[in-house]
Design a protein. Structure first.
Length: 134
């Protein structure tokens, strides 16, 4: 999906003060992939030939790319106040071994770059989970 936005804020000030407007704009692109695999008869393991796992595998990947900028516009001209770009990658994996046992993996890779303040922000997350129903 693609999203584009823009906005304008007008600051009305009293007599003798300068008028300053803020203009913002941004773009976001999001791409999603998903894949499901199931084995209704189960999967036989090489060392445990008698045990069957009724398994289902779900894989998804979300990729988001975005950019935004803001400018102050006044009598003295246009002054950039923010200019950022961001990329987020989120893979997810869920595996259902049987009706009672499932597990999964979630990860996030996020990079944000603020070009005006010259700052980079990185987020790395990894989550592993297991669910056992009694």
């Amino acid at each position: 999906s693609y999203d584009k936005n823009s906005g304008k804020t007008e600051n009305l000030r009293g007599e003798g003060q300068s008028r300053m407007n803020t203009e913002t704009s941004g773009n976001t692109i999001k791409i999603s992939f998903a894949y499901n695999f199931s084995a209704p008869k189960g999967l036989k393991l090489p060392l445990l030939k008698r045990i069957k796992f009724d398994s289902q595998l779900s894989i998804s990947l979300d990729i988001t790319l975005g950019s935004s900028k803001a400018d102050n516009v006044g009598e003295s001209g246009r002054t950039p106040t923010a200019k950022t770009s961001e990329m987020t990658i989120m893979p997810k994996l869920q595996y259902q071994f049987s009706k009672a046992i499932s597990g999964g993996l979630n990860a996030t890779w996020n990079d944000r770059n603020d070009k005006i303040q010259q700052r980079k922000h990185h987020i790395r997350q990894l989550g592993i989970w297991t669910e056992i129903r009694f």
